[in-house]
Design a protein around this ligand. Structure first.
Ligand code: SF4
Length: 292
């Protein structure tokens, strides 16, 4: 296999075979992201993809699913993505589902026909970095989409036959604004139908614009208790039926469950953690977290 770079697995993809089809990120402006800082955006040469598929065919018995890797691989223009999906069909006929990251802007750029073609050619699910439903928060981090895009674009995936999961980034609004941002996000996310919402926590990694902003004082990180209260406010007011995956390495809380069934337990756990966490002892911790 050509060594995959930046292996980021979304939810429900731990049994999938990995296939890198792109490098870098075509957007690259999100203040909190350093994933592709030294990697130019591009499509992996077709010869490498063919060789990797041949290797999977030779070494894995009846592969069932493929996770596409690279910067927003499922967002590649259909002229580039569809030939790759055709190759997967040809070389790995037992594969029943292909998934990968896709940005909200990629969904917006694609027509309904494009999305349907992706589904027909094997894309069964995508993972989206929605991050927040609060416009001020999204704009502050230059995320590139607004709340209305979440509400309008994600249902288009569903109508095309593509399931989706989303990331929600706690703490992204900054000190003093997180709970309000969580409440606003709950209103927006209540209008969509994600399979899973993955909760993560804002961390100013080396190489991000955010790190410089924390260092020069133009962005103030929220204390951990506020981050937990934001997650609690978000889940308490979220009206969709979905799985909550909150055990990401960046979180100082670990919660997993299904909404609405587990709402009370999840919210109570977060509030208890918020009351008992020692913010003073944890001050500076996020700046010391090197990467994950
Ligand atoms: S968060 Fe996603 S869209 Fe934003 S810069 Fe990073 S890889 Fe690109």
């Amino acid at each position: 296999m050509h060594t995959p770079q930046n292996v980021r697995r979304g939810p429900n993809s731990f049994a999938s075979e990995l296939l890198q089809i792109s490098t870098g990120c075509p957007y690259g402006k999100c203040h909190f992201c350093n994933l592709y800082e030294h990697e130019a955006y591009g499509v992996v040469p077709m010869q490498h993809i063919v060789e990797d598929l041949d290797e999977i065919a030779a070494t894995v018995r009846h592969p069932k699913s493929i996770l596409l890797l690279g910067g927003n691989p499922a967002g590649l223009p259909n002229s580039k993505l569809i030939p790759i999906l055709k190759l997967i069909r040809e070389k790995l006929p037992t594969v029943q589902g292909v998934s990968g990251f896709m940005s909200t802007m990629d969904v917006k750029r694609k027509s309904d026909d494009n999305l349907r073609e992706m589904a027909e050619m094997g894309i069964t699910s995508v993972v989206l970095g929605a991050e927040s439903g609060c416009d001020a928060t999204l704009k502050r981090m230059e995320k590139g989409h607004v709340a209305e895009d979440i509400v309008r674009q994600y249902p288009r995936l569903e109508r095309a036959g593509i399931k989706y999961s989303v990331f929600y980034l706690c703490g992204m609004a900054g000190k003093g604004k997180c709970v309000e941002s969580g409440l606003e996000s709950a209103k927006v996310f209540s209008q969509i139908n994600p399979e899973t919402i993955v909760l993560t926590t804002l961390t100013p990694f080396e190489g991000t614009k955010l790190r410089g902003e924390v260092e020069d004082g133009s962005f103030e990180l929220a204390p951990e208790s506020e981050v937990m209260l934001e997650a609690a406010a978000f889940l308490e007011n979220l009206q969709c039926e979905t799985t909550i995956s909150g055990s990401h390495d960046s979180n100082l809380f670990k919660i997993d469950g299904i909404l609405p069934r587990d709402r009370e337990r999840l919210v109570a756990t977060l509030k208890w953690r918020a009351e008992n966490v020692n913010d003073r002892a944890l001050a500076g911790l996020r700046m010391r977290m090197a990467g994950m």
